[in-house]
Design a protein around this ligand. Structure first.
Ligand code: AMP
Length: 218
């Protein structure tokens, strides 16, 4: 099963993906998270990737992104996957189809998270995540159930992303509008795109997604 979560930064894709990981055994494939892991691992490309991540632009080469995606797919051949933050351009969408065809997979559903810019700036400026498992929290809207302890993995290590600032956020949203909105149109023409109003609370969004999954027999 292959799901894609499309939506601007801060639209709640990561939170919904985490729910499906915890409750239905999906593997969450976030290219942003994979890139941040590369930076933490400190390999030969770490410095280059870090400076590009902080720009908010899609300046990481497709070659690097495709390699990360191929690695995850080959390490999880029997798992259901949720792609979050990939594909972000039409070129990446076409490449994903080729990569999936090799393993005889297909995209089952694309969920488009729709939300307005003012709300995004507020969500992103309060956002932090678990350093160990990546679960996403918010200063006001979603604190851990036990203060200082990650709900998903029990870690007490949290961090904030260096690109979650208002200036970088504006660039990220602009890039999303120019590069990624056409990807949604592409999937809409293929008849596999469903939209969700991502300004609703997380529980409501979850119910809509669960309904979409039911509609395709999941
Ligand atoms: P995200 O965590 O999805 O918001 O991604 C953080 C940053 O990683 C983005 O602003 C981009 O610089 C980079 N990035 C993530 N996914 C991709 C992708 N599919 N293609 C190019 N750059 C990406």
């Amino acid at each position: 099963m292959i799901l894609i979560f499309l939506g601007p930064p801060g639209s709640g894709k990561g939170t919904q993906a985490q729910y499906l990981v915890n409750n239905s055994g999906y593997v969450h494939v976030s290219t942003g998270q994979l890139l941040r892991k590369e930076v933490l691992a400190g390999g030969p490309l770490a410095d280059e990737i870090e400076s590009k991540l902080n720009s908010g632009k899609l300046s990481i080469s497709d070659e690097i992104i495709f390699q990360l995606i191929k690695n995850v797919i080959s390490e999880n051949v029997d798992s259901d996957l949720i792609f979050d933050g990939f594909p972000r351009t039409q070129n990446q969408a076409l490449a994903l189809e080729n990569i999936l065809e090799v393993g005889k997979h297909k995209i089952d559903l694309v969920v488009d998270f729709k939300v307005d810019l003012a709300q995004l700036l507020d969500r992103v400026s309060g956002r932090f995540n678990c350093k160990i498992c990546g679960s996403v929290y918010h200063d006001v809207n979603k604190r851990p159930e036990v203060e200082g302890v990650c709900d998903s993995c029990g870690s007490n290590q949290f961090q904030r992303r260096s690109d979650d600032t208002v200036d970088v956020m504006k660039t990220r949203v602009e890039v999303y509008q120019n590069e990624t909105v056409p990807v949604g149109e592409y999937y809409s023409q293929k008849g596999i795109l469903k939209s969700v109003d991502a300004s609703m609370d997380a529980l409501k969004i979850r119910e809509v997604i669960e309904e979409y999954l039911k509609q395709i027999g999941l």
